[in-house]
Design a binder for this molecule. Sequence first.
Ligand code: J2J
Length: 540
Amino acid sequence: MLDGWVPWPESFARRYRAAGYWEGRPLDRLLRERAAADPDRIALVDAAGDRWTYAELDRHADRQAAGLRRLGIGAGDRVVVQLPNTDAFVVLFFALLRAGAVPVLTLPAHRESEIVHVAETAGATAYVIPDVLDGFDHRALARAARKAVPSIEHVLVAGEAAEFTALADVDAAPVPLAEPDPGDVALLLLSGGTTGKPKLIPRTHDDYTYNVRASAEVCGFDSDTVYLVVLPTAHNFALACPGLLGTLMVGGTVVLAPTPSPEDAFELIEREKVTATAVVPPVALLWLDAVEWEDADLSSLRLLQVGGSKLGAEPAARVRPALGCTLQQVFGMAEGLLNYTRLDDPSDLVIQTQGRPLSPDDEIRVVDEDGRDVAPGETGELLTRGPYTLRGYYRAPEHNARTFSDDGFYRTGDLVRVLPSGHLVVEGRAKDQINRGGDKISAEELENHIMAHPGVHDAAVVGMPDATMGERTCACLVPRAGRSAPAQRELAAFLTDRGVAAYKLPDRVEVMDAFPRTSVGKTDKKELGRRIAGQLRTED
Ligand code: J2J
């Protein structure tokens, strides 16, 4: 069993098994079983129109698993995966599971700072990359990562491998492989993060299979479902809620979009007769406008899932008239808990709320700053535990001590209120994070990077309101005595040079003589946020 993760207490594990949530099946079986039942159905279509049947996908995953084993990548090995929305991701994901290795899923946008930290924390033995993506050479990143993290023995490249191993050559005749223990960790997801560095989220075969199966049921996925992957495949939402895994589990067809742009997505919706997809609010807003000028036929689309950050009631109400499909709000987290509006919910709940918990055994508490339960309907911090919510981050005991209650509830950092129907309304956030249209940015992580700049004495990163993104990132700087603080462009270049992902770069820089302080002398970020918001209003 993998060490460094926190399993559920045995009494809970027993309960979740008895209730039928945990079925004792390895995650990759969902593909194996569909391939046996319906070998010739189309499982996967990429943007170029290449098609994979279930049998082909299954066979390819078996061959790649054997190839991975031949390289020495096997049981319990952590493998950092950084691939775009391509068939290579899907094959590799199942191949790793079958080889017994643990995929560690990172975004294509991540750079040296994130990759090195993640690979180090995971103790990764391999790193899988594209060759060049959007003009960025991932092989150069791999060279830097290998230098910084000596445990990385293998770099596998989808495309031109240079001195590394081509993923296409990771291929061998299938060999019998022992199935993993379904109670063990199947994959590691990345958390949005609220502290200095991103955290790793262990998800077990049992818990993730349940996450996928229950989501597919709630969303009405079946073999007629054609699901378009718009968000990165490495994102929990697109992967498993129900996402690509939920579609494959029920024998539907997964279509991979290279970008969320209306041009790419609408063309694929029309060409492949897509029935369902999942997007973040800024993409939903873009699509709602784009239907006015793009003349693609979107009539096949039945379900638009929107989540990752809060969708306003006004755009929510426009989804059906503009796109002709059902809206589903999803308030989820890679840590576990998923809230969905139901397909038959009255429209006011669909428009005004962020859904209700997926599982009857999702336990919800809403507490005040002292940890006491608030009165029903009042706003407080959401705490949760349940059959698919983590009990601790991977190899992070100190952080876990703060982030989990003694009885195992995860403190989400989200401020919510619960309606009598059980639906949740997200009212704000207690965590020090910016939610930039669904992309999460840890203020502390970014502040640490910024404070390495020689012109900066102190830094505070806060969100500022934005009509499209919900929030954007503002870096408030106090210059070092006798020096000048960097302007936005210079700061962006400095952070890029440090290997910080582009989505984390501040949208605005505010230079000030000193920060407002709270009564205990801490930087008053709420006040800073108010000041920036006020300033933006005067600029309008
Ligand atoms: C407000 N805030 C939301 C929503 C997430 C499905 C959907 C989303 C995610 C995700 C996910 C929100 N309204 N509808 O993994 O499977 C904010 C909350 C939450 C955090 C989690 C999925 N939906 N959020 O966004 O791990 O603050 O997962 O705690 O990236 O996003 O972020 P993440």
